[in-house]
Design a protein around this ligand. Structure first.
Ligand code: PEP
Ligand code: MG
Length: 745
């Protein structure tokens, strides 16, 4: 970089800093910045366009274009060159702008006389705020140093906006973090919650953007980088597990990446403080992350983001522990969170909002177990929310109201009051057996998997645990649990059940459930791949260890075990043979074996519905894993948002299929239950009962609503409604069922 330019850019930054320090109104500051920038870059025009709403940019200040166009000229995202810079987040550097594809001329601005155009996105940590533009008459491309200088100005603008520098009388920008915001995400766990934001990782606020003494700043950066490297080395030294070490090695490599450090030093040379240099590189990495489709690259950029956060904390002295007290009714807001960290917060949280995450993620599993409303994919929440902000989370709709206005608060509270009333109603029938209006006894069990679930066995009125997902214990750990740990854990589950039946399902991993300490398999179709019992039989070590832990936990008490994802006879026989061998071994070792053992299978693939009669005779019980069964029946991935809700459980084809399974089980007196998510949806549960299921297993929170509805319905009448819909050739029985239920009110 030429010396002259370096000092120019530093001079410009210093002038910007002085502008910031002056006690001026927001608009005056913006005007001054455009003037300073045009002056020091030697261009005729400098303009600032800011977002008015998610889709509209507005000319907010200019030097060189017509003053009357300010706050009048607007463009849509993607419209013209400015709109394009905003949409793509990429720079446009055009010598002859009017001939550039997508150029759109704004007559009111008088810009027709300017040939060259340089547009830089104004963004902060991945959040788009606007576009900074310089234009000049002379048709020339801007040099890389000029581009760089303008990039730095854009960054400073973004930081100043975050600090509220443009707010005030005649404000160009509304104050940030004060307006109500509605964020739409995806439902992770149902339920509504009102409370106050508690940021999992409070944002670091950088106040000294510009620095005069580059040597001192480089020293500060250097010290911080060294401490960072030491802390990563410490992490590495304490990591036992080879997989974990491999991840940390990559992390360490990044922490000493020459390219990264050099770029930050260059930024300091040009006048940034050490912390704003870190933040600038972090912003660039985030912008790349939002575009990266390659999983490996995304992960590395995520590492870089994490390292940048650590560096910023070291440089600013702002730790995770800000000393702030957790607000009342905390709602956790995070980009993402690990299951262990979530369990640490436990039931103190009223709700959770994640910027990333997925329906099947471990955090979502824990949130479900704790019955905490969860919204995932709430884009922008971590940049928008401040600690203590009022927030309402609608887990049913996947919607978040941040700093809601009074109308929203009123409507939301009405909804919550209705839910509370319903909960009181359900509590009053907790001890009542579920008997339908026609006298059929329906057994309602709960699904579980974590110790955190166990108190629900009492509070929900569940008759037992119809599905204990043992993999959750494996998923929330950083390393493979030991047999003794598992035995102790299962014993606690049986103790808490006080003799109620618990169906332990053996490890069901693969597909969406990937153990953090096992090498993931690169499979083209993981849901159809090496998962569940297939892994158990091919690598029997873990299954044997688990079966042994279960036998030891029982200490002679009755034990029920079921194998997941059995697709054909021999898989069940092979798995059961493992159990027989383990029992024989336990006997030989002199350990007590359960007085009664029942071994069942989960019916999750259509193939098993057509297994030979002898299978139905020999299996002790069957449980329909409706989540998987439905995904294979319709060939619609349960994890794919685009298709997972496309096919109705009450589609007559699916009901007929499930009814066939009921019939086959009835012929051989094979006990049958249904434990997919649909069992917990009241209307679906009713229809399953109407076609003959007598045992359902669901999330604890669903037992009340299911029982309440079930007790009011005559199953024979409902069956007649379903049959009539089928006879009529309806695609789904739902409309007819809903009409019938309306008639009950
Ligand atoms: C199912 O597939 O319905 C089931 C209960 O198992 P999981 O959801 O754990 O795959
Ligand atoms: Mg399943």
């Amino acid at each position: 970089m030429p010396d002259g330019l370096e000092s120019e850019s530093r001079k410009l930054l210093r002038r910007l800093r002085d502008t910031m320090a002056e006690d001026a109104a927001g608009q005056a500051r913006l005007d001054k910045i455009t003037h300073l920038t045009a002056d020091s870059m030697g261009t005729e025009v400098c303009s600032i366009y800011l977002f008015r709403d998610d889709n509209t940019l507005e000319l907010c200040a200019t030097e060189g274009l017509k003053a009357e166009a300010v706050h009048k000229t607007r463009m849509k995202l993607g419209e013209g060159l400015v709109g394009r810079v905003a949409r793509t987040g990429r720079i446009i550097n055009a010598a002859d702008a009017p001939s550039f594809a997508g150029f759109r001329y704004m007559p009111e601005t008088g810009e027709e006389i300017y040939s060259s155009f340089l547009g830089i996105p104004i963004q902060r940590l991945g959040e788009k705020l606007g576009v900074l533009v310089v234009q000049s008459r002379q048709a020339r491309e801007f040099t890389s140093d000029e581009v760089y200088a303008l990039e730095v100005v854009a960054m400073v603008l973004a930081e100043m906006a975050e600090l509220g520098a443009f707010v005030g009388e005649g404000a160009a920008l509304a104050a940030r973090h004060t307006e109500p915001r509605l964020l739409r995400g995806t439902m992770g766990q149902e339920g509504a919650a009102e409370g106050h934001v508690w940021l999992h990782e409070p944002r670091v606020v950088v106040t000294n953007l510009v620095a005069d003494d580059p040597a001192r700043e480089k020293e500060r950066l250097d010290e911080a980088v060294q401490s960072l490297q030491v802390s990563v080395d410490d992490l590495l030294a304490s990591a036992q597990d080879p997989e974990q070490r491999a991840v940390l090695e990559a992390y360490r490599m990044f922490a000493s990446s020459k390219g990264w450090l050099r770029r930050m030093e260059e930024d300091i040379e040009r006048g940034l403080s050490a912390e704003s240099a870190v933040e600038k590189q972090q912003s660039l990495a985030r912008a790349r992350m939002s575009q990266a489709t390659d999983a490996y690259l995304r992960e590395r950029l995520q590492d870089l983001d994490d390292l940048s956060n650590r560096l910023l904390r070291l440089l600013t002295g702002q730790g995770n522990e800000t000393g702030a007290e957790m607000p009342p009714d905390p709602i956790l807001v995070a980009r993402n969170i690990g299951p262990g960290e979530l369990l640490d917060y436990g039931r103190s949280l009223k709700g959770i909002v994640l910027e990333e995450g997925s329906v099947g993620s471990h955090a979502a599993i824990v949130a479900r177990a704790l019955a905490i409303p969860l919204v995932i994919h709430a884009g922008g929440i971590t940049t928008e929310a401040l600690n203590g902000d009022h927030i309402m989370v609608d887990g049913d709709q996947g919607v978040v109201h941040l700093r809601p206005d009074e109308t929203v608060v009123g409507a939301f509270r009405d909804k919550m009051a209705m839910q509370t009333k319903a909960l009181e109603r359900y509590a009053s029938i907790r001890e009542t057996a579920c008997v339908t209006a026609c006298g059929s006894r329906i057994h309602l069990n709960m699904n579980a998997g974590l110790m955190a679930d166990l108190p629900s066995l009492e509070s929900s009125g569940a008759e037992g645990v119809g599905l204990f997902r043992t993999e959750l214990q494996f998923l929330v750990r950083n390393q493979m649990p030991k047999r003794t740990e598992l035995a102790a854990l299962y014993a606690r589950v049986l103790d808490a059940a006080h003799g109620k039946r618990v169906n332990f399902r053996t490890l069901d991993i693969g597909s969406d459930k990937v153990l953090p300490y096992m090498k993931p398999n690169d499979e083209p179709n993981p849901a159809l791949g090496w998962r569940a019992i297939r892994v158990g039989l091919d690598r029997p070590g873990v299954m044997r260890m688990q079966l042994q832990a279960l036998l030891r936990a029982a200490q002679g008490r009755p034990l029920t075990v079921m194998f997941p994802f059995i697709a054909q006879l021999d898989e069940f026989y092979a798995a059961r043979a493992e159990m027989d061998k383990t029992i024989a071994r336990e006997r030989r070792l002199g350990h007590p074996v359960p007085e009664k053992i029942e071994i069942g299978a989960m019916l999750e693939t259509p193939s098993l519905a057509y297994a030979p009669r002898r299978f139905f005779e020999e299996v002790d019980f069957l449980s329909i894993g409706g989540n998987d069964l439905k995904q294979f029946f319709y060939a619609a991935d349960r994890e794919n948002e685009r298709v997972r809700r496309r096919y109705d459980t009450l589609n007559c084809c699916f009901l007929t299929f499930v009814e066939e399974i009921v019939t086959r089980c009835a012929q051989t007196d094979t006990p049958l239950s249904f434990c997919g998510e649909d069992a917990g949806r009241p209307i679906e549960a009713l229809c399953l009962a109407a076609i003959g299921l007598r045992t359902l297993s669901m999330r604890p929170a669903s037992i009340g609503p299911v029982k309440h509805l079930m007790m009011r319905v005559d199953l024979a009448d409902l069956k007649a409604v379903i049959d009539a819909a089928r006879d009529k050739g309806a695609q789904s029985a739902r409309p007819a069922v809903i009409e019938y239920l309306r008639g009950l009110d």
